[in-house]
Design a protein around this ligand. Structure first.
Ligand SMILES: O=C(O)CCC(=O)C(=O)O
Ligand SMILES: [Fe+2]
Length: 329
């Protein structure tokens, strides 16, 4: 499916995927980010200020790891809670050819894990820390802009959640091998790769927000209110921001957590996406902010801690609407 130049909103006007240019004035960016979060729960970010070398070095470390023989990669797994995983062992609705690395974002990975991922664990750890710090700062900036755009008395109310040293944020690197690899394997089972295989099934991210960066290979698709899947053109110089379920709950449904999926890779080149999932600490209570409610508004969600949400969310199938579990009656 070719990348569209425009998508339809629920008001059925055709607009482009919202693009936020962080080099513009704060007043303009904060207003456009809030609009994008309300309408799509998704936007593209350009002029984001994350140094090119921080991205390039992590991408290169990722490729070095995923190109290792399978037996070596499995030494860094299973991802319990951090390390290497592959979807052939997943059973919650996602399928296809996907490998991944899950890494902590506040405390460095254990040295055992680092040395099972890289032959140069010190460099690996330095590269991951530099990337995480830059992207967390970017996440705080976006959340502060949202606080300003919503005219909140404390504009840092959201960013403080991911600044917290106990924040449960994580870094995930997904790897979708190129078609050559798939053909070799599938030929032996006499089937052929098709254009509609799913790499990572439909879902919304449970956290506050996700900051995603991918290389120049198609794959990511977002679903709009009318359930049409819209392919997102790859742009390795940009980041994509996805609103998660916790943000939808804190804004009492004013922001929407975007449903998305990644198609299996039909390109010759591997696809690599890197996600920073910004999350509160496990014992943070999540409930709609009073500032998000008009006097007669009812809270749409029952309060929950992030630990409760995580546990409940991961017990469901990936595609299920997990926030429904905490709908107020
Ligand atoms: O790999 C991608 O582009 C998306 C993956 C994703 O949605 C996730 O890891 O939550
Ligand atoms: Fe996701």
């Amino acid at each position: 499916m070719p990348c569209p130049t425009s998508i339809r909103t629920k008001k059925t006007k055709a607009v482009g995927i919202p693009t936020i240019d962080l080099s513009q004035s704060r007043a303009i960016t904060s207003k456009s980010i809030v609009e994008a979060c309300q309408e799509f729960g998704f936007f593209k970010l350009i002029n984001h200020g994350v140094p090119h070398h921080a991205i390039a070095q992590l991408e290169s470390q990722g490729f070095d790891f995923f190109q290792k023989p399978s037996s070596e990669k499995h030494r860094a797994g299973p991802p319990n809670p951090f390390g290497y995983g592959c979807k052939s062992i997943g059973s919650n609705g996602d399928m296809g050819d996907l490998e991944y690395l899950l890494l902590p974002s506040h405390n460095p990975a254990t040295s055992i894990l680092q040395s099972s991922i890289s032959n140069d664990p010190l460099t690996f750890s330095h590269v991951v820390n530099e990337y995480v710090k830059s992207v967390r700062d970017l996440g705080c900036e976006i959340l502060d802009l949202i606080g300003e755009g919503l005219w909140l008395p404390n504009k840092s109310v959201f960013s403080n959640l991911i600044r917290d040293i106990h924040s449960d944020s994580v870094l995930r690197i997904n790897y979708y091998p190129g078609v050559q690899h798939i053909e070799n394997r599938e030929l032996s089972t006499k089937s052929h790769p098709s254009n509609d295989r799913i790499g990572f099934g439909e879902h919304s991210d449970p956290q506050i927000l996700t900051i995603l960066r991918a290389n120049d290979v198609d794959g990511l698709q977002i679903s709009l209110q009318d359930s049409i899947w819209v392919p997102v053109c790859p742009d390795p110089s940009a980041f994509y921001v996805l609103i998660g379920d916790v943000f939808q709950a804190m804004t009492n449904g004013r922001f929407v957590s975007v449903r998305h999926r990644a198609m299996a890779n039909n390109s010759k080149n591997p696809r690599m996406s890197i996600m920073y999932f910004g999350a509160p600490s496990l014992n943070t209570w999540i409930a709609p902010l009073s500032e998000m409610m008009l006097p007669n508004d009812k809270s749409l969600y029952k309060p929950f801690t992030w630990a409760q949400y995580k546990k409940a969310a991961y017990s469901l199938r990936l595609a299920d609407s997990r926030l429904d579990l905490f709908k107020a009656s």
